[in-house]
Write a protein that binds this ligand. Structure first.
Ligand code: SF4
Length: 345
């Protein structure tokens, strides 16, 4: 389910009391009769967002000026933990990047794919892809982690973030240092220039490691990554979020993947159900199941078929997969995947 907004703005000081009001409403009216429905999303869905909002606001009126109001000193103390680093002017970055681009095509591709602008013009944010072609998504060795920690210390104000997309981010790198960072990443095998491309797959551990799984995820991700190994082909396809979960718990966020793959078990065999059209950005949508599941031997071909269908129907290179899907809907994809079966039947 997609979350509903119940308030546009809340002063920091009221955060604890407002969350408490939400929990009280949930505690009072949540479905205790059925453990599968004892979720706040079910309560919101069954009650309606207007009524839930009314109940929360009414509860909050009782709480908001009492003990849970956060003192200003506490808010400032928390703020201090997230203070931005002391960035210094590094205006030589533009020229350095220009020269390095001329010198190295692979650096230039990495720059286009894995580096985004920073609010300070002399800096950039760098995504370190943990999606080497054919590798288990999100994996890094101890020596790679040591090396990345050194890079963060030397070039990124000792700051390193782990993204939900199973990559690492150096949030503040001077543009003048980008080539040095890139060279160091090449040395440790972490310079894959595939951020936001089809091989930048989110995959849960699946049956290889997770006791709850109904199917394997990692080998599927690896096979798809290998099928689309060519960076040129990936860039031609453009932005495409592919996400895989090994069971309905959805740790791989398959339901919000442009292409989602859900591993299920049917009569002792692993099957992969495909959803299309999911998105986790500001235009959130939950993907639609497009038809029968595929076996592990079929799933990579099915994904390739979906991608080829998209390439055949997009208006031009600027129309991303998700936009094309929203324009045409599931029909052309179903036709491409299942038409032969329908005729045979
Ligand atoms: S989605 Fe399922 S299989 Fe994958 S990590 Fe979560 S619980 Fe385990």
């Amino acid at each position: 389910m997609i979350a509903k907004k119940i308030r546009d703005f809340l002063p920091e000081a009221d955060l604890l009391s407002y969350c408490t009001a939400i929990l009280r409403v949930y505690n009072l009216y949540g479905r205790r009769d059925n453990k599968y429905k004892a979720r706040i999303k079910i309560l919101v869905h069954e009650t309606g967002v207007e009524e839930i909002t009314r109940q929360v606001e009414a509860e909050w009126q009782q709480l908001k000026d009492a003990d849970l109001k956060l003192p200003e000193a506490d808010i400032r103390a928390i703020d201090a933990y997230f203070a931005p680093p002391a960035l210094v002017e590094r205006p030589e970055g533009d020229e350095a990047v220009k020269l390095a681009r001329l010198d190295s095509k692979s650096f230039s591709e990495w720059l286009d794919q894995n580096v985004v602008t920073h609010r300070h013009p002399d800096y950039a944010a760098v995504t370190i892809s943990l999606k080497g072609i054919g590798e288990a998504p999100g994996d890094a060795s101890d020596s790679q982690m040591e090396a990345v920690a050194d890079l963060a210390e030397k070039y990124a104000f000792d700051e390193l973030r782990v993204s939900h997309e199973q990559n690492l981010i150096l949030p503040h790198v001077a543009r003048a240092d980008l080539k040095a960072v890139y060279d160091a990443l090449v040395d440790i095998g972490l310079a894959t220039a595939n951020s936001n491309l089809i091989s930048d797959i989110i995959s849960c551990p699946g049956l290889d490691y997770c006791a709850l799984a109904t199917a394997r995820s990692i080998p599927v991700a690896q096979e798809i990554s290998l099928r689309f190994a060519s960076l040129e082909r990936q860039r031609e396809i453009g932005e495409l979020k592919l996400k895989i979960s090994g069971c309905i718990n959805a740790c791989g966020h398959h339901h919000v993947g442009h292409i989602g793959i859900l591993g299920v078990e049917k009569k002792g065999a692993e099957l992969y159900q495909v959803t299309l059209g999911g998105s986790a950005d500001e235009n959130t949508s939950v993907g639609e199941i497009i038809g029968r599941g595929f076996s592990s031997a079929e799933i990579t071909d099915a994904i390739e078929q979906i991608v080829e269908t998209y390439l055949g129907l997009r208006l031009d290179r600027n129309e991303k997969f998700i936009d094309a899907y929203r324009r045409v809907g599931p029909a052309p994809f179903k036709e491409a995947l299942y038409a032969g079966e329908a005729k045979a039947a």
